[in-house]
Design a binder for this molecule. Structure first.
Ligand code: G3P
Length: 216
């Protein structure tokens, strides 16, 4: 399972890039709005220059024609941009049109296997089931991820499944076990995936034992 960073924060992206394990970034309008800039193009271009992998960028308009036009514009900003299109009727039509132009789509705000299936039939490169928001609504988000992964594998569909709306490190464990191709995680969760108190205790003990020997 590959890891994408789910943020529009440049410092977090730079920090995570140094670790050498991030292969893409997903953004959305809420994440970008938290960064206090109205210059969508500038922030997206900066993210694209830091991480060479796929950078998901959401359209900010409604309606088939406006979404297609904006997607075409956004995808011209950098070669690694993937356009996030919501799993709506209009979104499906837009996804089909963009796929015909070889513009990669991340079919987002997916909350069911059916939505994901329609997204892949429309030509989406990625589908993003929102695990945390399903859990919030009293469903089992990771079961939806597993169903999508299993059905795509059964029919040998090449669309990749991004487990999104990840809220805690256990989500990453279950996403990997479910066979998600990618988990997109907030920076805080990425750090939580790595940290273990026994590692910290072990490092401290090894160093203090070694200092004891070298002082003799
Ligand atoms: O990748 C989608 C993600 O940004 C949504 O997360 O926590 O707002 O449900 P959340």
């Amino acid at each position: 399972m590959r890891i994408f960073l789910d943020t529009a924060n440049i410092d977090q992206i730079r920090q995570a890039a140094k670790l050498g394990i991030i292969s893409g970034v997903t953004t959305n309008p809420s994440l970008v709005s938290r960064e206090g800039t109205a210059d969508y193009e500038a922030i997206i271009k900066e993210i694209c220059s830091i991480i060479p992998g796929p950078i998901s960028v959401e359209v900010l308009v409604e309606g088939v024609e406006p979404m297609i036009e904006q997607a075409q514009l956004i995808s011209s900003w950098a070669p690694n941009i993937v356009i996030k299109i919501p799993a709506t009727t209009e979104g499906l039509e837009v996804t089909s049109a963009l796929a015909k132009e070889n513009i990669k789509v991340n079919f987002t705000l997916c909350f069911s296997l059916n939505q994901a299936l329609l997204g892949t039939l429309a030509g989406a490169t990625y589908v993003s089931p929102f695990v945390g928001r399903l859990d919030d609504a009293g469903h089992n988000g990771m079961e939806v991820v597993k169903d999508i992964v299993d059905v795509f594998a059964h029919y040998q569909l090449t669309t990749q499944v991004i487990a999104a709306s990840i809220r805690h490190p256990q989500h990453c464990v279950t996403a990997a076990k479910a066979g998600a191709h990618i988990a997109t995680v907030p920076y805080k969760v990425l750090m939580q995936m790595l940290h273990h108190p026994l590692t910290d205790v072990g490092v401290a003990r090894f160093l203090s034992d070694w200092q004891g020997v070298s002082r003799k």
